[in-house]
Design a protein around this ligand. Structure first.
Ligand code: MN
Length: 210
């Protein structure tokens, strides 16, 4: 099987009380696992595609054979998005970014709290299921955008706002429903407590370097 579920980089209960252990067990062990299983299934008869990196596959969804295009978009997106999400979260994190990322956020959004308010608003207004992202565009500017379902900004030719994601938050109900029920705004406020700014900052530096 070319793609595998990566282990969570911390125990299931590490993000308590902001994200509960049961949600993490189901989210990682069932939802993320299902994206991996279904991605592998879709690519079973396409070893040439399956041997590429997931980033390469997602960057050119329109070139995929039509009969697997939607399955790879949804499940490949789901696998990439969740792998990325687990890494930008962590226990004992939160606070504020520093260095060049902090400067770029202030320049783009006015202040860190203005950035937080806009990020939350974009996440809250995503109708149905999807993601909210902090991205770097080709001109190295920062932008907050949202994608439906398991789309992400790497999917050039598919999404409205292509770019390099440096932070992303899952706003599917499966990410928060057990603890927050319908209160997505409360989940988005709480998640700042577990954002790993050192990782997001490393993602930013990588994105502006390339
Ligand atoms: Mn999810």
């Amino acid at each position: 099987m070319p793609f595998e579920l990566p282990p969570l980089p911390y125990p299931h209960d590490a993000l308590e009380p902001y994200i509960d252990a049961r949600t993490m067990e189901i989210h990682h062990g069932k939802h993320h696992q299902a994206y991996v299983t279904n991605l592998n299934k879709a690519l079973e008869s396409f070893p040439d595609i399956a041997s590429k990196t997931l980033e390469t596959i997602l960057a050119d969804i329109p070139s995929l054979p039509e009969n697997i295009r939607t399955a790879v978009r949804n499940n490949g997106g789901g696998h990439w998005n969740h792998t990325f999400f687990w890494k930008i979260l962590g226990p004992g994190k939160g606070g504020q970014p520093s260095g060049q990322l902090a400067e770029a956020i202030t320049k783009a959004f006015g202040s860190f709290s203005d950035f937080q308010a806009k990020f939350e608003a974009v996440g809250v207004s995503r109708f149905g299921s999807g993601w909210v992202w902090l991205c770097v565009h080709d001109d190295k500017s920062l932008c907050i955008c949202s994608t439906p379902n398991q789309d992400n900004p790497l999917m050039k030719g598919v999404v409205e706002c292509p770019g390099t994601p440096i932070m992303g938050v899952d706003v599917w109900e499966h990410a928060y429903y057990l603890l927050y029920q319908n209160r997505r705004p409360d989940y988005l406020k709480a998640i700042w407590n577990v954002i790993s700014w050192d990782i997001v900052e490393a993602n930013y530096l990588q994105a502006v370097k390339s």
